[in-house]
Ligand binder design. Structure first.
Ligand SMILES: Nc1ncnc2c1ncn2[C@@H]1O[C@H](COP(=O)(O)OP(=O)(O)OP(=O)(O)O)[C@@H](O)[C@H]1O
Ligand SMILES: [Mg+2]
Length: 369
């Protein structure tokens, strides 16, 4: 277990700044997930932590030791790359045990360790094969196995499950979570998968264009995104952004929307709306906050029932997604499948704004709380 401090790390390739001053402090035993659009610098940051790339500015500390200029092998980190390279001339078993051999671990211990990770990754039947005789997903698991056979100070995983089928991916996700709970090793993990990010992370760092936009627990990121980018990035389907006019009604600030008809909804943080009276803001409302009318919520403080025009319905099994338009924005609603929803019809829906958030239309920054 080790703590990791990334201090004002910048990385330039020629004139182009890829990392623009990253500050992240990770506690020993913490599971940190990096997310962000393709090209935002996630792998560059991972390679910098591992020591495979030199940073242009800033410092990296592991267990309070400055390792900014240490070689990768002195950092005691095991990394699984996005493009995993296996030793082509070695069998799967040799690939997995290679790191242990280098560390002079006795043969019987090595064999036991290979067996342990092979069982966990479901590759026991492949141990005698060479990498060329494996599928992409199998190779990825061997690369995982190679990292997991070691007990380093820290694991870096760069999209380690991206080549696996959906079922195996879910199984591996659970295995990684169990592994972390058991060993408590510090992990930095890159993924494009929303569910992986939400379920695995102690904290999530959302990156964009070489900068950290927000660093927080999955629930903080989900409930309290700092800006429009983070709000739109985490969650699937994404948070709805509805243009809304700030109005005054019965002595309170409220938001006017255009559903099937004009509808006024209340908003928790009154103070934040004051400067926007008469102006438009963006109301952020998660799909699960627009549902079929639920009798137990009838009359609750931030709940309004309104008619909406159904454009498309998408049955997903557990829920049905209903696509509509509110104030000209496309809006996803999450309904119970038993509720009748049909494209072209106008139906009643319940809007719950108790957890809604608000953004400045021009800057994209959060204006409430
Ligand atoms: N050696 C290099 N020379 C110049 N530019 C580079 C180099 N390596 C990466 N880049 C650029 O740095 C940026 C960040 O790349 P990086 O691989 O870190 O992105 P990423 O967030 O991991 O993306 P993805 O999700 O697609 O893996 C990209 O614009 C990439 O083109
Ligand atoms: Mg990458």
């Amino acid at each position: 277990m080790a703590n990791l401090v990334i201090e004002n790390v910048k990385k330039r390739y020629g004139q182009t700044e890829i990392l623009k001053g990253i500050n992240i402090s990770i506690e020993a035993g913490e599971f940190l997930i990096l997310v962000g659009p393709s090209g935002c610098g996630k792998s560059t940051l991972m390679n910098s932590i591992a020591g495979l790339e030199d940073v242009s500015e800033g410092r990296i500390l592991i267990d309070n030791n400055d390792v900014t200029y240490s070689s990768p092998k002195d950092r005691d980190i095991a990394m699984v790359f996005q493009s995993y390279a296996l030793y082509p001339n070695m069998t799967v078993a040799q690939n997995i045990s290679f790191g242990l051999e280098m560390r002079k671990v006795p043969k019987d211990e090595r064999e036991a360790e290979v067996q342990r990770v092979a069982d966990m990754l479901q590759i026991g039947h492949l141990l005698k094969r060479k990498p060329a005789q494996l599928s992409g997903g199998q190779r990825q698991r061997v690369a995982m196995g190679r990292a997991l056979a070691r007990r380093p100070k820290m694991y870096l995983f760069d999209e380690p499950l991206s080549n696996l089928d959906a079922k195996l991916r879910v199984e591996m996700r659970t295995e990684i979570k169990k592994l972390h709970q058991k060993l408590g090793t510090t992990i930095v993990y890159v993924t494009h998968d929303q569910i992986e990010a939400m379920t695995l992370a102690d904290r999530i760092a959302v990156m964009k264009d070489g900068e950290v936009q927000q660093l927080g627990t999955p629930q903080e990121i989900y409930d309290n995104p700092t800006n429009l980018f983070v709000a739109g990035f985490m969650g699937s389907p994404a948070m709805n952004f509805v243009p809304a006019k700030v109005v005054e009604q019965n002595g309170a600030f409220a938001l006017e929307l255009q559903a099937s008809k004009p509808t006024v909804v209340p908003f928790p943080d009154q103070e934040s709306l004051k400067p926007y009276l008469g102006k438009e803001i963006l109301l952020g409302l998660r799909p699960e906050m627009i549902t079929e009318p639920q009798p137990h919520k009838e009359g609750a403080e931030f709940v309004v029932t309104a008619d909406i025009d159904v454009e498309v319905t998408e049955p997903m099994g557990a829920d049905t997604m209903v696509l509509t338009r509110i104030s000209e924005a496309e809006v996803n609603c999450r309904c119970n499948p038993v509720y009748p929803t049909k494209a072209g019809e106008t139906i009643a829906m319940m809007l719950d704004t108790s957890k809604a958030v608000a953004f400045d239309k021009d800057t994209g920054e959060r204006i409430d709380r």
